[in-house]
Ligand binder design. Structure first.
Ligand code: ZN
Length: 208
């Protein structure tokens, strides 16, 4: 699995472009800056197969519909409990001071235990509620890289003060699910530098 992280929006959200050796690709959490993302996909000559979303906050989904239309691909994820957030995208735009966006829904919800394939790349889906109720993570066991949005950061955890955020659920998602992954699992978070499960178990001040 090849990975390129492309920070987008004023929130410097880590949009991730991933692809296998045959150039089968997916884009995870395209939060905005559609033109920049299209240019990278085309410069790398990738065959974009699907758009994947960890949760429905605007800075993670803002470019999804434009990319779907441009590349004629489906949008998969998150879990359906984030439906209310997709429906409130116009209000999120106002609240976060981001460009206006129409409400939309993904083509497919993803659930805990689902396994999806993009060419040679396989992701296990974990449901990681707390930051949002339908938040999911994409776990790649072989190369040990996980895309987990706004759940766990290097030295931090996701905010729970947004609509239907839940602190206890967030801590439980981290302790009962992410911390069951191997210590050398790389966590590519929605914002900031990447980290590993082992490092966060040892050092994260919110999880002592
Ligand atoms: Zn978020």
């Amino acid at each position: 699995m090849n990975i390129e992280i492309i920070p987008v929006t004023v929130f410097q959200q880590n949009c991730s472009l991933i692809w296998d050796d045959e150039k089968n690709a997916a884009i995870i959490d395209p939060g905005g800056e559609t033109e920049k993302l299209i240019q990278r996909v085309e410069a790398l000559d990738l065959n974009l197969k699907v758009i994947l979303l960890t949760h429905a906050h605007l800075d993670h989904v803002g470019a999804a519909m434009q990319l779907k239309d441009y590349f004629n691909v489906d949008i998969w994820g998150p879990q359906e409990e984030d439906q209310f957030l997709f429906e409130s995208l116009p209000e999120q735009a106002e609240r976060f001071g981001l460009p206006y966006i129409e409400a939309f829904l993904p083509d497919r919800w993803l659930y805990e235990g689902d396994v999806i394939n993009i060419g040679d790349i396989q992701f296990d889906i974990l449901h990681l509620p707390g930051h949002t109720p339908g938040h999911i993570g994409f776990i790649e066991q072989e190369k040990k890289a996980s895309f987990t949005g706004d759940v766990l950061f290097q030295g931090g955890i996701g905010r729970t003060d947004f609509p239907r955020g839940n602190y206890e659920q967030l801590i439980s998602s981290i302790r009962e699910k992410l911390f069951k992954l191997s210590d050398d699992m790389i966590i590519i978070a929605g914002h900031g530098p990447y980290t590993t499960i082992g490092r966060e178990k040892a050092d994260n001040p919110f999880l002592k």
